[in-house]
Design a protein around this ligand. Structure first.
Ligand SMILES: NC(=O)c1ccc[n+]([C@@H]2O[C@H](COP(=O)([O-])OP(=O)(O)OC[C@H]3O[C@@H](n4cnc5c(N)ncnc54)[C@H](O)[C@@H]3O)[C@@H](O)[C@H]2O)c1
Ligand SMILES: O=C(O)C[C@H](O)C(=O)O
Length: 381
């Protein structure tokens, strides 16, 4: 299996395609390497719909995506990137804050999807009806000095309420949880879905793509590699030492000194804090997160569309280790997680093996905290 090729395909084939097909531009800001995957999916859809001489407007995109928290720092740029996907027919934007302006603004972009806005509890169910992919960036971000776990008290309830609505209105959707602390909010979502009798572990994803995006960027910079070729799996969870880049598994194969491994690992683990401190109280990563989340949305849509070669890292229910949720590389298919890739955990270096053992207790604690929250709320409500 060539993960390197897959990673390249995962990098925004859709946007490239929109740029070249809809706007006749000669090249996209996303690079020429991503055209092949889009062309494959575009041709398949054209064949399925019996369209000859297809163009992007004739070959109907068929997927509905909802973003919950769409007026926020991540929500807005994410909505823009998803609006550019040729696979999306309907884009639903929900927020408790006014999202009407965001939708009006976005709806003027001449890409095929229809944009609708939904505000407040009353409109949440309409927003979610028949949706294929739900992305949840709703919640508060960190300020300097805070850990992601410091967000638990506010964001746990937000995620719980939103996932209850997802369970009631689109239980078959892929659910992408961005809201922090991901190590706890994903288990909360799982418990809520269980309580509603609709939990499908193959369709619940904690979004850790930003860790991979960062690892790829930092490694390419450090080793002077062509960025589009670099692919570093990042496993574990999404907070501090639970973020574990497997540098020994970097594609293309590259050697690191012990010092480089230490520096890169710590930088990738602290990259979120690096942004929080640079923003100095104005929030956390939004633009890079929107990019990363849009990549995961696009990968999910390609999988739903029948592409059989879609791989991403994600925090999912997993039996790779004794920890019940674990980020690793997964294969995505029409039904969600088709396989959890175990080979990355074989042949780890001593450094990686120690780091893996060290992260497990913290990750386990965060998961248990989420599970306890979801179940305590049920007992007392
Ligand atoms: N998984 C990751 O890698 C990653 C990366 C960056 C940020 N995050 C997390 O994403 C979350 C959002 O970050 P942001 O910068 O976009 O924050 P933000 O404050 O800019 O935006 C959050 C949005 O959520 C909305 N919201 C709050 N409660 C809501 C509810 N009940 N229903 C619908 N919308 C609601 C707010 O009105 C706001 O528009 C934070 O928890 C942050 O820590 C995760
Ligand atoms: O660091 C944060 O609080 C936001 C996010 O989890 C990130 O990694 O950037």
């Amino acid at each position: 299996m060539n993960f390197n090729t897959r990673s390249r395909l995962n990098d925004f084939n859709g946007l490239k395609a929109v740029a070249s097909v809809n706007h006749n531009s000669r090249s996209s800001f996303l690079g020429k390497e991503n055209t092949a995957a889009f062309q494959k999916s575009f041709t398949r859809r054209a064949q399925n719909q019996n369209v000859t001489s297809p163009n992007a407007f004739q070959v109907q995109a068929s997927f509905k995506v909802a973003i919950l928290g769409a007026a926020g720092g991540i929500g807005q740029p994410l909505a823009l990137l998803v609006k550019m996907s040729p696979l999306v027919s309907d884009l639903h934007l929900y927020d408790i804050a006014n999202v009407k302006g965001v939708a009006a603004d976005l709806s003027h972009c001449n890409t095929p999807s229809r944009v609708r806005d939904f505000t407040g509890n009353d409109e949440l169910s309409n927003c979610l009806k028949d949706v294929d992919v739900v992305v949840i960036p709703a919640g508060v971000p960190r300020k300097p000095g805070m850990t992601r776990d410091d967000l638990f008290n506010i964001n746990a309830s937000i995620v719980k309420t939103l996932v209850e609505a997802v369970a009631d209105n689109c239980p078959d959707a892929f659910i992408h949880v961005i809201s922090n602390p991901v190590n706890s909010t994903v288990p909360i979502a799982a418990e809520v879905l269980k309580q509603k009798g609709v939990y499908n572990p193959k369709k619940l994803f904690g979004i850790t793509t930003l860790d991979v995006v960062r690892a790829n960027t930092f490694v390419a910079q450090k080793k002077n590699l062509k960025l589009i070729d670099v692919d570093v799996p990042v496993i574990g969870g999404h907070a501090g030492i639970t973020i574990l880049p497997l540098l020994s598994k970097t594609k293309p194969s590259v050697t690191f000194t012990d010092e480089e491994v230490q520096d890169l690992t710590v930088r990738i683990q602290n990259a979120g804090t690096e942004v929080v401190e640079a923003k100095a109280g104005a929030g956390s990563a939004t633009l890079s997160m929107a990019y990363a989340a849009a990549r995961f949305v696009e990968s999910s849509l390609r999988a739903l569309d029948g592409d059989t070669d879609v791989y991403e890292c994600s925090f999912v229910q997993s039996d790779l280790t004794e920890v019940p949720f674990f980020a690793s590389r997964i294969k995505l298919g029409k039904q969600g997680v088709e396989a959890v890739i175990s080979s990355d955990l074989q042949g780890l270096t001593e450094y990686e093996q120690k780091a893996l053992e060290a992260l497990k207790p913290e990750l386990k604690g965060s998961i248990e905290k989420g599970v306890a929250f979801a179940n305590k709320q049920t007992v007392s409500s």
